[in-house]
Ligand binder design. Structure first.
Ligand code: 9MR
Length: 553
């Protein structure tokens, strides 16, 4: 673990850097099959890296462009990295596995996957008649709602509107930025796509996103508001298969931040699906308008969780909603060109124009809003350029930070909290968007650095994506994995979390006090550092789509 590389690999033309924490002065790149040395050079001077507590040197081997499988060794050759590939298609398998993983998370669906061997279901048939846990103007308590469909969120079997919406938005963003990367009949899941969608040539990624969109649609009330989640009242044991979790399932809560996200993602989807299915696109746009109408008639934030003392699902609690209202209006402006949405931005959420958006996450989708606005034809030119300049300024800040970090991570030392691996990649996606405003190689390089980080060039020496890299997570906190014994590839786990949050990680932190970037456990018990979730992998789809040709997926 003294020589850290992206364990998947590098594209021939990209910058290639290994992080070395051995006391050596030189390095060699060795062909893994023949043992032949193909390149060698001097390591950089050592620097101290705060987040990991490591003293590191860098090996730059940009010159290795010949496709192949290699190891990087230092000093006399006794210390070597994991294997990695160089090739134009290196990220294709990882991207495909991440995308397929969404299909393999479909709730209420029989899963019988010849590729991974995952087999169960259909789980949670009770979702077809989920019970309302509340009374409102449309339902009495205990009424039944058809809440079937959608993806299981993470290691649990809950289905949550807000991570669902932000995940679909990023899959659609990946498609809108790189439509050629995603094709029909590409992900080898024939049963997951309807015949009509196949005939229309709908790319498999969009067929998968559609599955979640149709669930989000079911989670909308007649007045457009979005319920918060579908789950049971208690967490099932880790070895519970989806079919064995037979407890009643409830629809809980409602929020304006989630309603804003549903408006945003539906408006985005209305644009993306139009060329394949105009009726579906019309429906999506109507959903977006309904959600937006609810926001207009409810100007103050509403967050109802409704599950009281129950402990069987996550909170995804957020009491504010301005950034999601901004996204909703900006995305509707982009899709419809209607000035009323610009008016809403100016009269209801104007301060959000002046904010610097953090990386996209369920906590804050302002960047999706700024991006929609920046790319909307109906945008005000002055506002538009101010939004673009803000994004470029943030990208410059990120690049400078990435360069100052020993592991070239976009995370600052205090950002190693729950889902830090996702945050690193999402910050990489900020850089990719900035590159469209102002094309700079440094933005793409620094974005790729985040990919390299989660694929193994990390202080823990690990890749955080199951199935990708020689040292990938083997014990993710996942009930489907634990109960079926099938290790599903394509999961990005949360990664280092210096705040702890589960008993196993808390104990590690208490007894060993590791530096922030090493607060990680590859143990099933560690849901605060080793749980995969739909929204964690989503920015990685955006980033990998950028660097992967369709033929490689
Ligand atoms: O991803 C969520 C993270 O941002 C929060 O800090 C954390 C604690 O509230 O919850 C994470 O989401 C979990 C959700 O609540 C339930 N399903 C599993 C999710 C991933 O850990």
């Amino acid at each position: 673990g003294a020589v850290l590389v992206d364990q998947v690999g590098y594209r021939p033309g990209d910058a290639k850097t290994a992080v070395v924490r051995a006391d050596a002065a030189t390095f060699s790149v060795v062909d893994a099959e023949s043992g032949e040395t193909v390149a060698s050079g001097d390591l950089s001077e050592p620097t101290d890296d705060d987040a990991s507590g490591d003293t590191v040197r860098h090996a730059a081997f940009d010159g290795v462009t010949e496709p192949g499988t290699y190891r990087l060794t230092v000093g006399d050759g006794a210390v070597a990295s994991h294997e990695f590939d160089v090739g134009a298609s290196v990220y294709g398998r990882t991207l495909a596995e991440i995308c397929r993983r969404y299909t393999l998370r479909r709730a209420n669906t029989r899963i019988d996957d010849s590729v991974t061997g995952l087999e169960y279901g259909p789980g949670h048939p009770q979702d077809r008649e989920a019970r309302t846990y509340f009374a409102d103007e449309f339902h009495d308590e205990g009424d039944r709602i058809d809440a079937r469909g959608g993806w299981y969120d993470a290691g649990d079997y809950g289905k949550y509107v807000t991570p669902g919406a932000v995940t679909v938005a990023q899959l659609l963003l990946a498609y809108e930025r790189n439509p050629d990367t995603f094709q029909s009949e590409q992900l080898a899941l024939p049963e997951g796509v309807s015949t009509a969608d196949r005939e229309a040539g709908l790319p498999d990624l969009l067929a998968e996103a559609k599955f979640e969109l149709e669930w989000l649609e079911r989670m909308q009330r007649p007045d457009g508001a979005a319920y918060h989640k579908v789950a049971g009242q208690s967490w099932p044991a880790m070895d519970t298969r989806p079919t064995e979790d037979t407890q009643p399932r409830y629809v809980f809560g409602l929020s304006t931040y989630g309603t804003g996200m549903v408006a945003g993602v539906m408006a985005m989807a209305a644009r993306v699906y139009r060329e394949f299915d105009a009726d579906f696109a019309d429906r999506l746009l109507a959903n977006a308008r309904d959600a937006f109408a609810f926001l207009e008639s409810n100007p103050d934030p509403i967050f109802r969780r409704d599950d009281g003392q129950n402990d069987g699902s996550g909170g995804y609690a957020k009491e504010t909603d301005r950034t999601e209202r901004f996204w909703a209006a900006a995305e509707l402006l982009k899709t419809t060109d209607e000035s009323r949405f610009a008016d809403y931005l100016e009269t209801q959420v104007a301060p959000q124009f002046e904010a610097t958006p953090p990386a996209v996450s369920w906590v804050n989708t302002l960047l999706l809003g700024h991006w929609a606005y920046y790319t909307a034809e109906a945008a005000d030119p002055d506002r538009r350029s101010a939004v673009g300049e803000r994004l470029v300024a943030e990208a410059d800040r990120l690049v400078e930070h990435v360069r100052s970090e020993g592991y070239r991570v976009a995370l600052s030392t205090d950002q190693y909290y729950w889902a830090s691996a996702k945050l690193a990649v999402a910050q990489g996606c900020t850089l990719l968007l900035a590159n469209d405003v102002e094309a700079r190689e440094a933005y793409v390089d620094a974005a790729l650095d985040q990919v390299h980080y989660v694929l193994g060039r990390a202080p823990t020496g690990r890749s955080y994506v199951t199935g990708s890299g020689e040292a990938a997570p083997e014990n993710p906190h996942s009930r489907t994995v634990e109960s079926t014994g099938v290790d599903v590839p394509g999961n990005l786990v949360g990664g280092p979390n210096a705040e702890g949050g589960d008993p196993a990680l808390d104990e590690l932190i208490e007894t060993e006090d590791p530096p922030p970037a090493k607060c990680y456990l590859d143990e099933t018990a560690s849901y605060a550092s080793n749980e995969p979730a739909i929204d964690y992998a989503a920015p990685l789809v955006v980033a990998l789509a950028e660097v992967t040709p369709a033929s490689a997926v």
